[in-house]
Write a protein that binds this ligand. Sequence first.
Ligand SMILES: C[S@@+](CC[C@H](N)C(=O)[O-])C[C@H]1O[C@@H](n2cnc3c(N)ncnc32)[C@H](O)[C@@H]1O
Length: 250
Amino acid sequence: MDSRSARTALVPFFQGCVKLLALPIYVLSFLGYWDPVCKRIFPYFMSKLSKRYNQKLHKEKELLFSNLESFAGVSGQLSLLEIGTGSGTNFPFYPPCCQVTCTDPNPNFETYLQQSMAENRHLVFERFLVSSGEDLHQVPDSSVDVVVCTLVLCSVHSVPAVLEEVLRVLRRGGAFYFMEHVAADRSSWTYFWQQIYDPTWRYLGDGCSLIRETWKDLENAKFSELKLRRINAPLKWTPTRPHILGYAVK
Ligand SMILES: C[S@@+](CC[C@H](N)C(=O)[O-])C[C@H]1O[C@@H](n2cnc3c(N)ncnc32)[C@H](O)[C@@H]1O
């Protein structure tokens, strides 16, 4: 047995240890109490954590969104739809007068979202839709210039279904911007730890998976062009360091 196979064989044992430590959460979930509690407290924790995340990844986000305006429609105004907006941490990176539609399936983010809206008066807020990325039926076909998704594809039920909706609502030539944590290289120690934490992390992170190979879904979706970069985010002691970011054009 080579060292990688030996490591893989140990994963179920360590997963079990982590599950044991988190036993109260598994019990609450079994009784049906965890999900509603998590949906209530997750927005509070995310609003705190995402401030720190934005500080650490400020330069990367600035660079990522630097060419947003080049996708503005003929009117010169940029219409942008954000999937899983959460507390609105991306707003400072959007250009002045950008028309923003926010969507999120968890309405408990609204208080934090309104705070961000008040702090970002350079934007024009159109609507807040309580909807999942897999079903954006309130948004007409080919109606937006840009769709944004950050730290969301790790939590959705179906990445291909979300990307299909993205392609439907984008106008031809419009772009889908993403910044997501993903699975590490399968031969790495980071992947080993990601596998161990993954089942419990899903409970703590409102469905967030550490081991999604999201780049494969992006490559398989029917975008005409995909600009994708990999980085190791400067986040210490977390299994979410491997990131992909970039944009895909319809
Ligand atoms: C880690 S937070 C990221 C929030 C925000 N995009 C950011 O970068 O700070 C994940 C977000 O995805 C949302 N989410 C979860 N499942 C989703 C789905 N199926 N469709 C759209 N958003 C979803 C959650 O409600 C939450 O707002």
